[in-house]
Design a protein around this ligand. Structure first.
Ligand code: PLP
Length: 407
């Protein structure tokens, strides 16, 4: 069924085109929630995919919104989230951004430094609101995350700095608890449980030393799912039971309200990218396949070699099983050698005009791509629900003249 939906979408809207399936989002959210204790809340991290229809579906499925920019806040509000349920995160929030968020009704912020706490105090005064704060703590060293947020990275307070901050909170800022995010792509239940246990230890250490009660603790996430290749994330068997045990006692007092955060585990599998083969070149060094989708559309950060190796996997929706597999470098249409989606991929011999599909790109697909690079036209995003078309849109960039003469 899904192949038919993908083919119809490509025919109707052209390529490159993204599709997101709301029915798959609901399945993934039921699945993840069943791996977590009933008492825990779950935030959806909009950085994975801020499409308003995606965000709205996850809101209906019971996820709150975790945002880390004014744009993501706008998407969460457009999707119907109540501002007071939103968590605003990120390592560099400006005074303007904080004031705007407070003015729009956001009350809870994850704060990452003493300077940011000061700015939040100023923003609270100017918006005439009180701000609730979770201190983001540096996770302990040695995380097993595929993409670590600890280990000396820029995020959060060290324990010492957090203790100093607790003793010197600005007026208008109320400390509610702590936030720890160890990193993404923790491989399995054991790694997740170990990470959450270490996060809990750090949170308890700060709470005890600073003599502050913990009302709210956000233990982060790191739930695994493949990126742009076929397959699914490790089953999280035993996670719920392990967390029930871990979170049953707190040596800081009554149990806080615990939250987790997830992006890719909720949305990756709902997304496919459809792309057309423009050219196939046979070279002595191997085959090169040129697509109409490049790092402007998918995996821009990996294209620059910054995060992931280019290793997208492709299904050929035009070819039967009879085509011989070939090993090829799969590249995009951009005029730069960095535009590679896959190095030495194996796929059925592609031909000009074939329709290819990349699975598991509902997270960090378009949103993590170099959309402005080489000024290609914006890509269409098509949302369906088990095959029923719900909406199709394109995000268009415009230029605003902000020179003094324009005012
Ligand atoms: C603070 C925070 N929360 C949640 C996420 C979502 O991660 P994932 O999509 O791997 O679940 C990230 C990813 O960078 C993050 O930095």
């Amino acid at each position: 069924m899904i192949d038919r939906v993908l083919r119809d979408t490509a025919e109707r809207f052209g390529t490159p085109v993204y599709t997101y399936d709301l029915a798959e989002l609901r399945r993934r959210s039921v699945d993840l929630r069943s791996s977590l204790p009933d008492f825990a809340g779950l935030y959806y991290s909009l950085k994975a995919n801020p499409h308003p229809l995606v965000v709205a579906e996850l809101r209906r499925a019971g996820c709150r919104a975790e945002v880390s920019s004014a744009g993501e806040l706008g998407a969460a509000l457009e999707a119907g989230h109540r501002p007071e349920d939103i968590l605003y995160t990120g390592p560099g929030k400006s005074l303007t951004e904080l004031t705007q968020a407070l003015t729009e009704g956001v009350t809870t912020f994850s704060c990452e430094s003493a300077a940011e706490l000061r700015r939040l105090g100023l923003a609270a005064a100017s918006a005439r609101q009180r701000a609730k704060v979770l201190l983001r703590l540096q996770p302990p060293l040695g995380s097993k995350a595929g993409l670590s947020m600890g280990d000396g990275r820029q995020f959060g307070f060290t324990v010492e700095d957090a203790l100093r901050a607790c003793a010197d909170l600005p007026a208008g800022v109320e400390l509610r608890g702590c936030h720890v995010y160890l990193g993404s792509q923790l491989p399995d239940t054991d790694a997740l449980l170990e990470a959450f246990a270490r996060a809990k230890d750090t949170v308890e250490l700060v709470s005890r030393a600073a003599r502050t009660p913990l009302d709210v603790v956000d233990l982060g996430g790191g739930f695994p799912w493949p990126y742009a290749t076929a397959g699914s994330g490790a089953e999280l068997t035993g996670l719920r039971a392990g967390l029930d045990k871990l979170l049953s006692t707190w040596d800081t007092g009554p149990a806080p309200q615990v939250y987790f955060e997830a992006g890719r585990r909720l949305v990756a599998s709902a997304g496919h990218l459809l792309t057309t083969v423009l050219d196939v070149k046979q070279r002595p060094e191997g085959t090169i396949v040129v697509l109409d989708a490049g790092i402007n559309v998918l995996g821009g950060m990996s294209g620059l070699g910054r995060v992931l190796r280019p290793a997208a996997g492709f299904e050929n929706l035009s070819a039967g099983d009879d085509r011989e597999p070939v090993t090829a470098d799969v590249v995009g249409p951009l005029c730069t050698p960095l535009d590679r989606l896959s190095v030495r991929a194996t796929l059925p011999q592609p031909r000009e005009g074939d329709l290819l599909s990349v699975p598991n790109v509902g997270a960090y697909g378009l949103t993590a791509s170099l959309t402005r690079f080489l000024s290609r036209p914006p890509v269409t995003e098509v949302v369906h629900d088990g095959g029923r078309l719900i909406g199709a849109s394109r995000q268009v960039l415009t230029t605003e003249d902000v020179s003094p003469a324009a005012g």
